[in-house]
Write a protein that binds this ligand. Structure first.
Ligand code: G3I
Length: 332
């Protein structure tokens, strides 16, 4: 008895070691994209064409991310600055870089009231604006047909605050409520293989604005308007991560659309920033249809809110505590 107990005690550590090193046991991922892939997700970054000449930027981008969103290069002012004159130099730069690295591309964005050239804002007739909008979508989405995983077809079409109203953009004023579904239909025609998303901010938790978007998506699904996904921008700060972000993502997913975190950045630093990032990533991983996470830039120094240091790499491309936190949630 005493002898057999001794054998058991001697064998236990050997067995434990075998379990730890068993063939096929997956090692912890050491990059964001590997960690996300192991969870069936993609991990992207907004990419600026004019930074692709900086080697540390490119090294970090290529090592960590497997999806790219052109930060400004596909917007209306970049792609059709003058009526009927399409320019794709910078958009091509981002798309070619991404595809050359095997990254998916998220198209951003076909219809948005901001970064909209004056010639569009000045169109007074609804029928003319609708035909201009369709032509824009047909050209831009058509150029990249087959190369875009997801298109942010319409961006930020709802008002802030508690009204639940549509934002009063030139598209809303001239064309009326129907412009959003018209944009989705035009995008489907232009690029049938791209998944088509609606994208907005301050919709990460359940509130009047996100409920208005929810009602639109529910209506689109009921009427067969082609929508596949909803993007939640998630421009946040350490104190503003909604406690119900997972529940909000899930209620949209339950409508039959994928849900994406599309422009994640969280102002702050150190542990509180790391914890806030972890909450967002955990919420996404808890929702099976939350299959894409994108941070809005590679390095703090080029962030649109650089003074708030909201990203995962500092200005010298060092990994921040927030990076380690995200990676560890992806590995959990
Ligand atoms: O391209 C011009 C350049 O020629 C000029 O010399 C320079 C001088 O300021 O401006 C350059 O344009 C800037 C552009 O970024 C490209 O760098 C604009 O001024 C600047 O306003 C613009 O900011 C972008 C912002 O959208 C515009 O609304 C940010 O980079 C971009 O990160 C930001 O992204 C948006 C998403 O598309 C939608 N959701 C919100 C998010 C943050 O605002």
């Amino acid at each position: 008895m005493r002898k057999s107990l001794g054998v058991v005690l001697a064998v236990v550590p050997v067995l434990a070691a075998l379990v730890v090193t068993a063939p096929g046991a997956s090692a912890a991922a050491t990059t964001l994209k590997a960690g996300a892939s192991a969870k069936g997700r993609v991990f992207g970054a907004a990419v600026a064409a004019n930074r692709l000449g900086e080697s540390a930027y490119v090294t970090t981008l290529n090592r960590e991310f497997n999806q790219a969103t052109p930060e400004n290069e596909m917007k209306w002012d970049a792609t059709e600055p003058n009526r009927g004159q399409f320019t794709y130099g910078n958009a091509d730069r981002v798309v070619n870089h991404a595809r050359g690295q095997g990254m998916a591309v998220r198209g951003h964005t076909l219809v948005w009231h901001s970064q909209l050239p004056g010639w569009v804002s000045n169109i007074g007739s609804g029928s003319e604006l609708l035909s201009v909008m369709r032509n824009h979508i047909s050209n831009v989405a058509g150029r990249y047909r087959g190369q875009i995983a997801y298109w942010d077809v319409v961006n930020e079409a709802f008002a802030d605050g508690t009204s639940g109203a549509r934002r009063s953009t030139v598209f809303q004023q001239r064309i009326g409520n129907g412009y959003i579904e018209e944009a989705f239909r035009a995008a489907r025609t232009a690029d049938p293989s791209a998944k088509l998303c609606y994208n907005d901010y301050n919709t990460d938790g359940q509130n009047a604005k996100s409920t208005a978007v929810y009602n639109m998506v529910r209506d689109f699904k009921a009427r067969g308007v082609p929508i596949d996904c909803v993007g939640f921008q998630a421009h946040l700060s350490t104190g503003s991560v909604p406690g119900d972000i997972q529940a909000n993502l899930q209620r949209f997913a339950n409508l039959g659309v994928d849900v994406h975190i599309t422009e994640l950045d969280i102002g702050g630093s150190g542990t509180s920033q790391a914890d806030a990032y972890a909450r967002v990533i955990r919420a996404c991983l808890a929702v099976s249809r939350c299959n894409a996470i994108t941070v809005w830039g590679v390095t703090d120094k080029y962030s649109w809110r650089a003074s708030q240091t909201p990203l995962l790499f500092d200005g010298n491309y060092n990994k921040k505590p927030a990076y380690n936190s995200v990676l560890s949630v992806l590995n959990s």
